[in-house]
Design a protein around this ligand. Sequence first.
Ligand code: NDP
Length: 279
Amino acid sequence: MISGKALIAGVMGDPVAHSLSPRLHGYWIERYGIDGAYIPLHVKQTHLADAVKGAFSMGFRGFNVTLPHKEAMMLLMDECDGDARRTGAVNTVTIDAVSGRISGTNTDVYGFAQNLRQTPGYGSLRKNSAMVIGAGGAARACVAALQDEGFASITLINRNRARAEQIAEALGGAIRIEPWERRHDALAGVALLVNATSLGMAGQPELDLSLDALPRDAWVSDIVYRPLMTPLLQQAASRGYVAVAGLDMLIYQAQKGFHLWYGALPEVDDALRRHLQHL
Ligand code: NDP
């Protein structure tokens, strides 16, 4: 039950029906007995600026941003923090109720880093070399997080090479671009492989990748979370690699937004993970 003073947030996207965020935030709202609501907001690109103004006018605390608006949202912010600026994307917006100032951040960076940190054994993972496949909005956040985590070199491979080059230019540091055709052989010496494409997602083709060259002690991470065990992770697990699923990235990026809008830092536990997996 909510009152007339309820704290309101939501998620803007097009489409938005697939988003797990209402289910995730709704779980925490109920668990902490918060007088609040989190609602899906189906917003077309042409209405994005109006929707942001409207969110302020209607007293929203803020909102999440999902496909395809993460980059366009940057231009509508009064200010962006460092993670939003370096990734060129905003996934979490807060609105100051008094001044109306609208601030953007990118909590996918934190979410991906936490996804790794929560996996047992991460402390002993070699951090000499990581490889990220994909160069969309999510890949930018993954590469930024890997830089923060201290990976000495990052290889970036994308079907559209120009997009990978844009990431290398924006983020700087030791990022090497390899052509799409080299993705199998370039795995030699890699300690952490990350799939940041949408391949392997329900309704999409699998990522065509042979793991033959990947060292035996490497980890394989897939940020796709529907299904949780993607074909890539199934292949990795069957070969004895540590397989890291993407659900915790989703949960931890949301944790920061929830804290900003509703004031409570929600706990992440297995009951929540089960709640999100059983749809
Ligand atoms: P984008 O649309 O921005 O990027 C899609 C990426 O997938 C691009 O690199 C694209 O390559 C690649 N790709 C798509 N189809 C193909 C194909 N047929 N062959 C080769 N490459 C292909 O999406 P996002 O970066 O926002 O999201 C990517 C995935 O990550 C999605 O599945 C999303 O659900 C997931 N995600 C998970 C999160 C989590 O919290 N776990 C958070 C955010 C995203 P190209 O540039 O060549 O088109």
